[in-house]
Design a protein around this ligand. Structure first.
Ligand SMILES: C[S@@+](CC[C@H](N)C(=O)[O-])C[C@H]1O[C@@H](n2cnc3c(N)ncnc32)[C@H](O)[C@@H]1O
Length: 377
């Protein structure tokens, strides 16, 4: 799966365990990103609505949340073989992301151009199109020359950039097929009548996901946008802004979402590296029902671990910290179920982390500090 800042890959199983304990049969993943959480919820048997404003997330949603047993997998494999065998094309990607910038080696840029042009010509339904685009995005991600964000590319080619682009079939996800939307989460939230749970994982700082993943957005939209700067970002990175990327609007947006979301149950996650304080989020959630939380220590993203370097490649300065805490809140109308969900989440986190990891620190409903500490379970 694609490199993605803030991906909840490590927490997805625990979130799904908590949702199952709450008795939820359906869920909306309102800021779906990679769709890792939606996939875990689907695998746990929930019907999922996967939503994000990014076009690339919509493609992942079609491949991993919406694709059901009716997809003709033999046809998908045939199409992937056809795409893989196309002659190279020197097009937008080669010019913009290989010559003007250096995200891919030109040989791979020309393969990407050929594959993406052909996906545009094929007669596909939305799920098939999502599967082929996901295959291309994942293939491109395996040969890019970045540290996982597209604000910049590496000065020297990453070793993986020398591998040839290889299309693979996206895995089939078990569970009921769901739906996909590409909407502002705050606009969608009041329309979730009949859905049991909303998972809320908004951006947590000033860095825009569109700016960080502009190459993926262009590969999916295929609109050959004007670009700017050394990173060759799409010009609409300047105008397509999320309220969640600025401190004051972010808290107001989160408050509005929590107030108006139509689902009885809410799971909210955010990092302590971001704008919001746990107490602020808890106060917002308390207006909706009973609240409990778990704090999960996580390593910071790879860029932080590599450190800070000057243009000559010399290490300068120090990175302030290498770990942050991911907070997971559960909120809803029944206190006992919130409590039981937190226990399930904590158990699943300990199982995922193995014997050596740090146990999550937890707080019981209504903010009382109580025993969901791993060793007490
Ligand atoms: C922290 S990431 C979510 C990561 C995701 N849970 C995962 O595991 O991959 C936040 C996501 O919110 C999306 N986003 C930003 N503003 C949004 C908005 N107003 N409505 C819906 N999605 C938004 C971004 O495109 C990004 O994918």
């Amino acid at each position: 799966m694609i490199k993605y800042l803030g991906s909840k890959r490590a927490l997805a199983g625990a979130i799904a365990a908590g949702a199952a304990e709450l008795g939820a049969r359906s869920a909306a993943d309102l800021f779906a990103g990679t769709t890792r959480v939606g996939q875990a919820l689907r695998s746990a048997g929930l019907e999922v609505l996967s939503n994000d404003t990014a076009a690339y997330s919509e493609a992942f949603g079609q491949a991993y949340v919406a694709a059901g047993a009716d997809v003709d997998r033999a046809r998908i494999r045939r199409l992937l073989r056809h795409l893989q065998a196309l002659p190279p094309v020197d097009g937008y990607v080669t010019e913009t992301f290989c010559r003007r910038s250096r995200y891919f080696m030109p040989e791979n840029g020309m393969r990407i151009d050929a594959v993406r042009d052909e996906i545009g010509r094929l007669d596909l339904d939305p799920v098939e199109r999502g599967i082929l685009l996901t295959s291309l995005l994942e293939a491109a991600d395996r040969v890019d020359s970045t540290v996982g964000v597209q604000m910049a590319y590496l000065k020297r080619w990453a070793p993986r950039a020398r591998n040839a682009l290889e299309l693979r079939e996206p895995a089939m996800v078990a569970g009921p097929p769901g739906r996909v939307a590409r909407a502002d989460a705050n606009a969608l939230a009041p329309e979730l009548d009949g859905i049991d749970l909303a998972y809320v994982d908004p951006p947590y700082n000033q860095h825009s996901y569109l700016g960080n993943y502009h190459v993926w957005e262009t590969l999916v939209r295929w609109d050959a946008p004007q670009h700017y700067g050394v990173a060759c970002k799409r010009v609409d990175c300047r105008t397509r802004k999320s309220a969640y990327n600025r401190r004051a609007p972010a808290l107001a947006a989160l408050a509005g979402l929590i107030e108006h979301v139509a689902t009885p149950w809410l799971v909210v996650s955010f990092s302590d590296e971001g704008f919001h304080r746990p107490g602020e989020v808890e106060a917002l959630l308390r207006r909706r029902g009973h609240v409990g939380a778990v704090g999960v220590p996580r390593p910071r993203y790879v860029g932080a671990r590599i450190g800070i370097h000057d243009p000559a490649g010399r290490r300068v300065g120090t990175v302030s910290h290498l770990e942050n805490t991911e907070h997971l809140f559960v909120c809803g109308p029944d206190r006992r179920r919130v409590e039981r969900a937190l226990v399930s989440i904590s158990r699943a986190l300990v199982r995922h982390d193995g014997a050596g990891g740090n146990p999550p620190a937890g707080r019981a409903p209504e903010g009382r500090h109580a025993a969901v500490h791993a060793s007490h379970l």
